[in-house]
Write a protein that binds this ligand. Structure first.
Ligand SMILES: Nc1ncnc2c1ncn2[C@@H]1O[C@H](COP(=O)(O)OP(=O)(O)OP(=O)(O)O)[C@@H](O)[C@H]1O
Ligand SMILES: [Mg+2]
Length: 368
């Protein structure tokens, strides 16, 4: 069930985990990587950074960049994972925290699937271990009746475990992580044993600032993490590039029968999002009210992507203003009252007046 490479249906899976999608890149990196690898790491920290940031190997093989942005942040994240401190990726929604976490786990452990999704309902069992109740009743507590959590599996195998949305997990449940991270062991009192972590084990957690803040983590837990803040893209060029690259690879994966969108259309979406996010037009001349939605690269990617799908199935196959308008308005107007006001104002003062944006203005007016 989990070994999708072995399955003849791999191609029909909607999405493969990174370690399977990029097998070839991993094989090439592994072949040339002569730097020291920390215990149980598949690659050296250097090779992990090349996998994340992209590059050309000496033999000419191209590694596609996964993360666009500050190289140093990724180096700090990787270096942290080679120490006994865990890594916390923090930032506003849609800044690639989960994405980076998946790729780091894939590159370091060859396995990005040991994942606990944090919610308000996450229980201690999902962090520690549970029981196979049929076996527990039949045989009493035994190692065979114990069902390890993804964290327990990662500890035993010396792999990276991922905890998504750490700050959504109730505080008392979060504290279960303290023993794991400081003792590198997980007591199982029912068996009088403990699960001990093998070298190579570590944890990558993610948290976003829209949930309870990192300050709500207990100080004991906070001390066990190094925090790396993933920022929104520094400039418009970088953001356009992120959106363009992700849209191209998503379009391939979804087999959308549409032409790759013109960079100009992507630039328009990104411009609108950056201006509304920043509260001013890019030239700084006009102040703007900010909508309630977070307009991150992730939203821009999905606006362009759904526009492409519209163009492919109900248009002429090329993405233009009419297809973009619906997505843009949908992404911005989350609160029907306040956001509508913000959006109308932006439309009338900025979009309407901007050179070459009349088509977009008309298309947006039509769906108001
Ligand atoms: N700097 C970036 N480089 C590459 N991809 C990016 C970047 N920023 C955003 N993305 C893309 O944005 C999408 C969303 O990212 P992701 O789901 O990891 O966000 P997140 O930070 O985990 O958000 P949330 O807090 O909502 O969970 C991904 O497809 C990712 O590829
Ligand atoms: Mg996430």
């Amino acid at each position: 069930m989990t070994d999708a490479t072995a399955s003849p249906n791999t191609r029909s899976l909607l999405r493969l985990p990174a370690e399977q999608q990029f097998v070839e890149e991993f094989a090439e990196l592994d072949a040339i990587d002569d730097r020291q690898r920390p215990p149980n790491w598949r690659l050296s920290p250097w090779a992990v950074s090349v996998y994340l940031l992209g590059g050309t190997l000496d033999n000419g093989f191209e590694i596609a960049p996964k993360y666009f942005g500050n190289r140093r942040l990724i180096e700090i994240a990787i270096a942290t994972l080679a120490t006994d401190r865990a890594l916390l990726l923090f930032g506003i929604p849609g800044t690639a925290k989960s994405w980076v976490s998946e790729h780091l786990a894939a590159a370091i452990s060859g396995d990005s699937t040991l994942l606990v999704q944090g919610t308000a309902g996450t229980s201690e069992e999902s962090i520690r271990y549970g029981w196979n109740y049929a076996r527990l009743l039949a045989e009493g507590p035994s190692r065979a009746a114990l069902v390890p959590s993804p964290l327990g599996i990662a500890m035993e195998a010396g792999k990276i475990a991922r905890v998504e949305e750490l700050t959504r997990i109730p505080s008392d449940v979060q504290d279960t992580l303290i023993t794991i991270l400081s003792e590198k062991a997980l007591p199982v009192p029912e068996l009088g044993q403990e699960i001990r972590a093998t070298r190579g084990f570590n944890v990558i957690a993610t948290a976003n600032n829209r949930d309870r803040g990192v300050n709500d983590l207990s100080s004991a837990l906070k001390r066990r993490f190094n925090t790396v803040v993933l920022p929104v893209p520094a400039d418009i060029e970088e953001e356009v590039e992120i959106v363009q690259q992700r849209v191209a690879s998503l379009g391939l994966a979804l087999e959308l029968p549409a032409e790759t969108p013109a960079l100009e259309e992507i630039r328009r979406v990104v411009t609108i999002f950056r201006e509304l996010r920043g509260g001013a037009t890019l030239d700084g001349r006009t102040k703007l009210k900010a909508p309630s939605a977070t307009l991150s690269p992730a939203e821009a990617i999905s606006v362009v992507n759904s526009g492409l799908s519209l163009a492919a199935h109900f248009g002429d196959g090329t993405l233009n203003a009419a297809e973009l308008a619906a997505g843009i308005v949908g992404a911005i107007v989350k609160d029907p009252v306040q956001d509508s006001v913000v959006w109308r104002e932006y439309l009338e003062t900025v979009v309407k007046e901007r050179n070459g944006w009349q088509d977009l203005y008309r298309a947006c007016r039509e769906i108001l």
